[in-house]
Design a protein. Structure first.
Length: 378
C-alpha cells in the first residue's frame, strides 16, 4: 500500500475530526438544531472507522475488518438519522437502529466467512444506499433553504457514486476473496471524494444551522409567545405601509370581561382562555387570513380579497364558536364571550392604521351595545 493512500486516510480522519468537533461545539452553543448533534456523532464514528481501516490495510484480519465495518455502519446510520431529523423534526432513533442492523446483517457474514471481497462489495453498496437515502431526506426539505440544501444533496450523491464505483470494480473483477484491502482507482477516487464530501457537507451544514438559528430568532421576535399568533410588530411589518382597498377587511376582537377571569380564576386561567380563543381564530379564519394578537385580550384578523358577507360570517362564526367553548379551569369549566368590529378599506386606498382604527370603533360599538356581538364600521 502506497504512502499516498495512508495520507488520504489521514486527511479524511483529520477533516472528519475537525468537522465533528466544530459541529458539536456549534450545537452546544445553542442546543436547538439536534440534527447537528446526530451528524457530529455520525462523523465521530466514521473517524475511528477510518483509523481502524488504516490498520486493516496493513494487517487484514477478520477482527479489524468487522470492527471497521461496524463503525462505518454506525456512522452512516447516524448521518442518515441527522437528515431525517432535519426534515421531520423527529429523532429517528428506530430508523438509525434499523439501518445499522440491516447493514450489519448483510455485510458482516461474508467477511466473517472468509469472502472479504463480497463483504466489501456489500459495504460499498450499503453505504451508497445510506448516502442516497440521506440525500433524499434533504431534497424533500429543500424548500427551506434551496441553495445550500441542493449543494448538500449533490455532495451526498457524488460521494454515494464513488462508493458504488468501488463495488462496481470489485464486481467487474469478480474478486470474491481478496485477503487484503481492495486497491484500485475507484478506491483512490472514493477517498478523495470522501474528503471533499465531508468538508463541503460540514461547511454547508454549519451555514444551514446559522440560517436556521437566525430564522428562529426572527420568528420569535414576530410571534406572540403565548398564542403562537403574529404579534403587533409582525402585523405592521406586513401591512403598515400598505394602502388597503375595499376588498380588504379587518376584524377586531376583544374578550368580554377578561379582567374578571384573571381576578376570579388567576392569570394561568386567563392564559388558557387566550390560547383557546387563538385556536378558534385559526380554525375558523383559515390559512389565508392574517391573524395577530395586538396585546392583552385584543386580537385582529385581516382578510385580503374578501367580500363583506364573508367577513361578517367569519366574525359571527368566531363569536359563536368561542361562546360555545367549555374551557377547563382548575377542575371545572367556564365559558367566555368576545365582541368584534369589522371595517373595510375603500376605493381610495385607506391606510392600514386607519383601517384598524375603524375596526376598533366598530368594536367599541359592540361593547356599548351589550357585548358578545359583531358590529360593522360606519
Amino acid at each position: 500500500m502506497t504512502p499516498d493512500y495512508h495520507t488520504l486516510l489521514l486527511a479524511i480522519g483529520l477533516s472528519g475530526f475537525c468537522l465533528s468537533a466544530t459541529l458539536f461545539a456549534s450545537w452546544m452553543s445553542a442546543r436547538v438544531e439536534r440534527f447537528l448533534l446526530s451528524w457530529s456523532i455520525g462523523i465521530g464514528f466514521i473517524v475511528p472507522a477510518v483509523a481502524v481501516y488504516g490498520l486493516y490495510v496493513d494487517q487484514p484480519t477478520v477482527f479489524l475488518g468487522v470492527f471497521a465495518f461496524l463503525m462505518h455502519f454506525v456512522g452512516f446510520a447516524f448521518i442518515y438519522g441527522a437528515s431525517y431529523r432535519f426534515r421531520s423534526g423527529r429523532s429517528g432513533r428506530w430508523r438509525i437502529a434499523a439501518v445499522f442492523t440491516a447493514c450489519s446483517l448483510v455485510a458482516l457474514p461474508p467477511i466473517i466467512a472468509g469472502y472479504d471481497g463480497i463483504g466489501f462489495i456489500a459495504l460499498n453498496l450499503l453505504v451508497a444506499g445510506c448516502l442516497v437515502a440521506t440525500a433524499w431526506e434533504y431534497w424533500q426539505g429543500r424548500r427551506e433553504a434551496p441553495l445550500p440544501l441542493t449543494g448538500i444533496v449533490i455532495l451526498y450523491l457524488l460521494t454515494a457514486i464513488s462508493f458504488a464505483l468501488c463495488a462496481g470494480v470489485l464486481l467487474h473483477d469478480g474478486r470474491w476473496v481478496m485477503g487484503s484491502a481492495p486497491v484500485n482507482w475507484a478506491e483512490n477516487l472514493n477517498l478523495v471524494m470522501a474528503i471533499i464530501g465531508i468538508t463541503g457537507i460540514g461547511a454547508m451544514s454549519l451555514a444551514l444551522n446559522q440560517w436556521r438559528v437566525a430564522d428562529n430568532h426572527q420568528r420569535a421576535a414576530m410571534t406572540d409567545a403565548l398564542t403562537g399568533l403574529l404579534n403587533r410588530r409582525a402585523l405592521f411589518d406586513r401591512y403598515g405601509d400598505v394602502q388597503v382597498n375595499e376588498h380588504t377587511a379587518a376584524i377586531a376582537f376583544d374578550l368580554d370581561s377578561f379582567k374578571s377571569v384573571n381576578d376570579r380564576h388567576g392569570h394561568a386561567a386567563g392564559d388558557t382562555v387566550l390560547k383557546v380563543f387563538a385556536d378558534v381564530l385559526r380554525d375558523v379564519s383559515g390559512t389565508s387570513a392574517c391573524i395577530a394578537r395586538l396585546g392583552g385580550e385584543e386580537f385582529v384578523v385581516v382578510l385580503d380579497r374578501t367580500l363583506p358577507d364573508r367577513a361578517h360570517r367569519i366574525a359571527e362564526r368566531i363569536r359563536e364558536d368561542f361562546a360555545a367553548k367549555l374551557i377547563p379551569i382548575g377542575g371545572r369549566s367556564i365559558t367566555c364571550t368576545v365582541s368584534a368590529g369589522i371595517a373595510f378599506g375603500n376605493a381610495g386606498c385607506l391606510s392600514f392604521d386607519s383601517l384598524l382604527s375603524n375596526a376598533d370603533n366598530a368594536l367599541y360599538m359592540s361593547k356599548r351595545d351589550g357585548r358578545n356581538r359583531v358590529s360593522l364600521a360606519a
